[in-house]
Design a protein around this ligand. Sequence first.
Ligand SMILES: [Zn+2]
Length: 138
Amino acid sequence: MGIQNTDSQKFSRLRQSLVQLSNEIKKLTNPFLSDKPVIKGTVYEIKRKCGKPGCKCAHGELHCRMVVSASEKGKTRLRVIPSGFLIEVQGKVRRYQDLRQARARLVEVHKRILQTMDEMEAMRREEVPKSGKNSSAA
Ligand SMILES: [Zn+2]
């Protein structure tokens, strides 16, 4: 015999979300199964003057460069992305961000799974039946 009436609705809601959360773990694990390279960094554009007199940049038309700010051996370095490599670098950076995002969500999902399990366990807990007034311990 399971949990009674009103509680049984709550219990089945908890059971449902436990199943959903467990399925989500599988999904969140997938990005970590890949061995494609990642870059821990940020891609952005910088605009600057080169300093040559008479250059267009001296009149306000600044030079644009795509750079990646990435950590290498514990130091943050700013590197110009060679032409033709922007898409590749952006992909690696995005892949890294995907990993971090999945990891953060995984922490949240684990927390909620444990909360849900605790709640379900508490709902199922019962006391050892007491013997009735008239019945002697048989
Ligand atoms: Zn210039």
